[in-house]
Design a protein around this ligand. Sequence first.
Ligand code: BES
Ligand code: ZN
Length: 462
Amino acid sequence: MKEVLERIDASRGQTLDELLAWLRIPSVSADPDRAGDVDRAARWLADRLSRAGFTTEVAPTGGHPAVVAEWRGAPGAPTVLVYGHYDVQPADPADGWTGAPFEPEIRQGAIVARGATDDKGQVSCHVAGARAVLEARGALPVNLVFLVEGEEESGSDHLEPFVTANRHRLACDAVVVSDSGQFAAGVPAITYGLRGLVYLEVTVQGPSRDLHSGSFGGAVVNPANALAGMLAALHDPAGKVAVPGFYDDVRPLEAWERAQFAALPFDEAALRADLGVGALGGEAGYTTLERLWARPTLDVNGLWGGYTGAGAKTVIPAEASAKLSCRLVPDQDPDQVAGAVEARLRDACPAGCAVDVRRLHGARPVLVPADAPAVRAARTAVAKGFGTDPVLIREGGSIPVVEAFQRLLGAPVVLVGFGRPDDRAHGPDERFHLDDLWAGVRTSAHLWEALAEADPAGSAIY
Ligand code: BES
Ligand code: ZN
């Protein structure tokens, strides 16, 4: 690997410049005004992979396009699918950014920009890792297919049909996903579980128009008051979700998992300090890591209605709304949970108001085999790339297509993340440390070799 590692070091300038150029494209999938930029980010990646030696397509999906890039020069060797996303969450300087979110800067050893860690920086680790091997050796030890989509941050709605339609082309022995993170700075991780998601928008309608709160207050049911009561009724005092049927399919934590979580070097005081809160809170009877990784939640993500401008306005609003999300754990089903929450809201809505519940996107929770040969190969590669063994963790976030990969392609998914938990994904000043970028590129280069060795005959022993 010496010549590959030298190649990685020699091309640091190019790798970094290319990542910075990609980060300058504001590929916000949720914003229809940015559709042109989303497209441009896809074509930009396709061009970069073509120049690295891949056969590339910007494939239509019915939504934002997916980049598919193939290198199939290792007949008889395993085929590895690398999945990631080139779309990013919205970002506004008004959210508290120090600089402009789409004008990346290097500050204190980290690239600061929207998408730096989630997920352009992590995808770039694999592009640079594969390219270094190709440049140094002329060939990869595995067949490699990149599938990089543009809708992950808005629910990956078109990707499962795309994978179904392209399942022969995407057939593989293992899927590699770098869209999670390390457990802590310098403690790299392999993730074996992701939570799922249900996202709902609730609107409570009251009177047919906004009313004077003096002339009418006390005699009509205020939809904002009603919504507040309905939302408050969704939890009990012990922090449990008070929705009948919500926990029906929750797989209990196993004893070995509780022991393994408890053995991790988790610093709760540091987390409180980083978040600026005096106390953490959640479901009684579970530790913080258990609550984050293996228990379902229900949270208000947004809440509005009535007058929110400067000063006071004495008004009873005609309607009030909230956005809610539930994080799900195996074996909860997004449709069943959405139905249960909707039924509870309808039940709690007082006479004099009507409630409308709309379902936005969802994702299935997933567990991946923690002991598959492909995962063992990734552990070896991480140990070499980061210089320290990874820990095995679950994560609280969601990557909608991961469950579909296992179901439709029948291949194990390796979740190997390079970013840090305090990289501020989705927040202001999102960043990716340069140390992690280079460790990620090295891990990627080692990974192809480790995967080839895990299954040298190319048989489906993964
Ligand atoms: N990279 C994250 C998922 C993630 C976050 C994995 C933290 C592990 C730890 C991903 O890009 C993401 O944010 N996904 C969304 C999916 C949703 C919009 C369906 C999420 O989890 O909110
Ligand atoms: Zn992501």
